[in-house]
Design a binder for this molecule. Structure first.
Ligand SMILES: [Zn+2]
Length: 158
């Protein structure tokens, strides 16, 4: 007979969100063999590795009593799980907040970049404006004589 490695697992009741109670749910498929052996905390020597074994175990009085008091007997475990869920939720919230701030930071960085570009453009325009002002004032200062009829507007060069 070949040796089959058996995985020992702890059997746990499942929480039914509709009723708000802990219920028995088979870890096995009916009529199918499994190499997983489950142990239930209701008693020390409990083990089952088939659907019918599980069915039989859940019908035992000791298991029924355990099921009735499941929340009380497993309070530390259930509290710890609830705490982990809360912490994960909080961690996700913080991660999302961080991602949001990172996006905002990138947006602000882009704004700063475009503001710097605008500053450069403004400086350039100011220089051009200064040059134009100088041209205009030199035109205004120009004394028109008869020989200046073919005067060329140098501002057209801009
Ligand atoms: Zn049990």
């Amino acid at each position: 007979m070949a040796l089959i490695e058996v995985n020992k697992r702890l059997y746990e009741l499942q929480f039914d969100t509709t009723t708000g109670e802990y219920v028995d749910t088979s870890p096995f498929i009916k009529g199918k063999r499994s190499n997983e052996e489950y142990y239930c905390s209701c008693k020390c020597d409990s083990s089952f590795n088939t659907f019918s074994g599980w069915k039989y175990h859940t019908s035992l009085k000791v298991h029924q009593n355990y099921k009735k008091n499941y929340m009380f007997l497993n309070k530390p475990l259930l509290d710890a799980r609830a705490m982990i869920i809360d912490m994960k939720r909080e961690s996700n919230k913080q991660t999302n907040k961080y991602k949001g701030l990172k996006l905002r930071y990138r947006e602000l960085e882009k704004n700063i970049e475009s503001q710097n570009e605008l500053k450069i453009m403004i400086k350039k325009l100011e220089e051009e404006n200064k040059c134009l002002q100088q041209t205009i004032s030199s035109i205004n200062d120009y004394t028109v004589t008869d020989s200046d009829e073919e005067f060329e507007d140098c501002s057209m060069n801009y």
